[in-house]
Design a protein around this ligand. Structure first.
Ligand code: PRX
Length: 673
């Protein structure tokens, strides 16, 4: 058991969850964790034994070099083994006879009337048809396929079809602009693009094919190689609303290049032999933003990613056969890759695949879906929680959420107020909240509680997952012991860590391994408390130094968010003549709350009380909304520029709503101008 020395309030795991959990208590976690570090060979071998290997491994489970001064950085898992990820997540379940009729996905469209249930057997046959279509289009092992699709089943079919034939998928979030899509297609040098005619986002109809065509045009202008074929899904909802929607939607068409999905798959056989791949052959590329502005194509490979997403899913969500799992992320991000597609399917799980938004057609949509499918494990993001918190408890009360057993959070630090609301209002105080820290680069969870084993502290991602060995370093690269705050790094790889930046291994080494040779640098700051719990303090570039004190913007934001009038807050630094840097904070108020001088004073006092006088914000600006990326991340770069009175804010095209910026500029704190 953890012995709390800090005096922090802890939430012990619920006894009913412990009874049949895979890791039923803290001592079991510690024993398994020790084994994973002391004998990684035996630990990962046991995990691999659950999967099918066409050829067994001849090399060790993990080999690596993390030290740039000793040569090129590499990670290898199960050298010599040959397998196929699609075979392992589908055929293995269907051929064994056990799960063919089990539901793989409950698809729920943007409109509640659009839904479909897909079994493992159906999924396998549709994936095979798609794989055959791709092959007919000339796609071979190692070729790249870009995917620009909304959250419809065809997105999963295409990813798995690529995996089946050894093609490398590169999914691009369907909210990205033609510019961003074009840049990613060109970087991957894809042979084929899979997209859809259109999609409803809320009430808005978006002409995806037109955006895709613009992107392909840009690629042609820039890149040496162009996409040869474009496979186009006719969106279900558009077909249902044929009269209204298709009149509005003009689908641009190039008969030489474009092929309708439904016509192609109808003519394709529903069996397709899987391609057997080496353990280290690529599975996919997924672009993530880089500090230089150019996105990095994060490369994940076959065996290690399969083992890691499968194991994290099983343990972190304590998966059992009858569960209904729902991860609300979009598959355009790593969370969807690992915990909608690969992790759940590798475990034979039933998941909800949701296309819509949390507030359409009403603010109770999430709760309605939980009731409808009797969701047992619910995984979402703090930004969604804070959004829904603004509507209070009423929308929740209309629905039965008693099926829920475990809640999960991902993507950013969760402030204690949002954690409490999630825990109490959504989980009825019964369900542990697993705050999972990880990155596109890590492939799966790296710091996370295990729901039946780890006593929780709201806002802490708690402890490392199996095989993960964190360390906290100071600016000079010295390792800090015990209670400490500094750079979060990892000393050794786990099977799911990225292997390279696509076609740019040097950038991989420079970004993640150069600063502290021998360690993978996350780019996040963290604090380890007296009890050994890890607390992510935000990106290192979001750290600020006020009068010589290092502090994180996340802690200031959490303090502000505790005020009953505040729905969401973002803190950035602003240069200060005396203190070096000072805090400039943006606050979004809850509905029907008014911004006033006295509220501003209350907020400053609150932060001073929570963190200390050095953290007292110099500026607090009322922000009716915050500039966010389409994945819901606050763009602090823009807020920093507003706080610094900069006029040219650079590229704001990746924002979900660029108009927010003008509003914030016009309401900039006068004293800061
Ligand atoms: O800063 C951390 C934050 O999100 C970053 C990774 O972003 P991305 O690659 O887009 O992947 C997001 C989904 C895994 C991290 O470097 N982050 C992610 N999860 C958490 C988090 N920060 C605090 N707590 C988390 N649970």
């Amino acid at each position: 058991m953890v012995v709390p020395e800090s005096g922090d309030k802890m939430y012990p795991p619920p006894a009913d969850l412990q009874r049949d959990a895979h890791v039923p208590d803290f001592n079991s976690y510690l024993a398994l964790y020790r084994k994973s570090l002391d004998d990684p060979e035996a630990f990962w071998k046991e995990v691999a034994d659950d999967f099918f290997w066409k050829t067994p491994a001849t090399g060790p489970m993990l080999q690596y070099n993390f030290d740039v001064t000793k040569g090129s950085v590499y990670v290898k898992c199960m050298e010599g083994a040959r397998t196929n990820v699609c075979y392992n997540v589908l055929d293995r379940h269907v051929r064994d006879g056990s799960l063919g009729e089990k539901v793989a996905y409950y698809w729920e469209g943007n409109s509640p009337d659009n839904r479909e249930t897909i079994t493992y057997r159906q999924l396998l046959s549709r994936v095979c048809r798609c794989a055959n279509v791709l092959k007919l289009m000339g796609v071979k092992k190692g070729d790249r396929v870009s995917i620009y699709l909304p959250m419809i089943p065809e997105l999963v079919y295409t990813m798995l079809a690529c995996a089946r034939i050894g093609a490398i998928h590169s999914v691009v979030f369907a909210g990205f602009s033609s510019e961003s899509l074009g840049e990613r297609i060109a970087d991957a040098q894809s042979a084929v693009l899979v997209t859809a005619d259109g999609v409803f986002r809320g009430e808005k109809l978006i002409n995806l094919k037109q955006i895709a065509d613009e992107a392909l045009q840009k690629c042609r202008e820039k890149a040496s190689r162009s996409v040869a074929k474009c496979l186009v899904v006719r969106h279900h909802a558009l077909r249902i609303r044929a009269g209204a929607a298709s009149n509005k939607l003009q689908t641009p068409w190039d008969p030489e290049r474009d092929v309708w999905w439904d016509e192609a798959v109808a003519a394709a056989p529903d069996e397709c032999e899987p391609e057997w791949l080496d353990a280290e052959e690529p599975l996919f590329i997924l672009h993530t933003s880089g500090s230089t502005g150019k996105p990095k194509g994060v490369l994940h490979t076959t065996a290690g990613y399969l083992l890691y997403t499968s194991l994290t899913f099983k343990y972190v969500f304590d998966h059992h056969h009858d569960d209904v799992f729902w991860c609300t992320a979009d598959i355009g991000w790593i969370t969807g890759h690992s915990y909608i597609t690969y992790g759940p399917l590798a475990n034979g799980a039933s998941s909800v695949l949701f296309e819509g938004t949390p507030v359409h057609p009403h603010v109770g949509r999430f709760w309605e879906i939980i009731e409808k499918y009797k969701v047992t494990k619910f995984y979402t993001a703090p930004t969604a929680i804070r959004l829904l918190m603004r509507y209070g408890g009423e929308p929740l009360q209309k629905y039965d959420l008693s099926s829920l057993r475990i809640l999960g959070s991902v993507g950013e630090p969760i402030n204690p107020e949002a954690w409490q609301w999630f825990h109490e209002a959504v989980g009825g105080g019964r369900c542990p909240v697993v705050d999972t820290f990880w990155q596109t680069e890590t492939g799966g969870h790296v710091l996370t509680p295990l729901p039946a084993a780890t006593p929780l502290k709201p806002g802490s991602a708690t402890f490392p997952f199996f095989g993960v060995e964190p360390a906290v370093l100071n600016e000079s690269g010295e390792e800090l012991e015990g209670e400490a705050e500094g750079y979060l790094v990892f000393r050794r790889p786990w099977p799911g860590i990225m292997r390279s930046v696509y076609k740019n291994h040097e950038r991989f080494e420079n970004t993640y391994f150069k600063k502290f040779p021998g360690f993978y640098v996350t780019g996040d700051g963290c604090r380890r408390d007296k009890d050994g719990y890890y607390w992510i303090t935000g990106r290192i570039d979001d750290m600020l130094n006020v009068s010589g004190h290092l502090m994180s913007t996340a802690e200031v934001e959490a303090a502000l968010a505790e005020h009953p009038a505040v729905a969401e807050a973002a803190a950035v630094s602003r240069p200060h003549r005396v203190k070096g840097e000072c805090l400039y904070c943006f606050v979004t108020l809850k509905e029907r709350r008014e911004f006033s001088r006295s509220l501003e004073d209350e907020l400053k006092t609150l932060v001073r009380e929570k963190i200390g006088p050095i953290a007292t914000p110099d500026f607090i600006q009322n922000a009716p909304a915050l500039p966010k990326t389409r994945s819901g991340k606050i763009m602090r770069r823009i807020l920093r520029q507003i706080a610094r009175n900069e006029e040219d804010l650079g590229d704001v095209s990746t924002l979900a709503d660029p108009k927010v910026v003008e509003l914030l500029i016009s309401q900039r704190c006068q004293a800061a101008a």
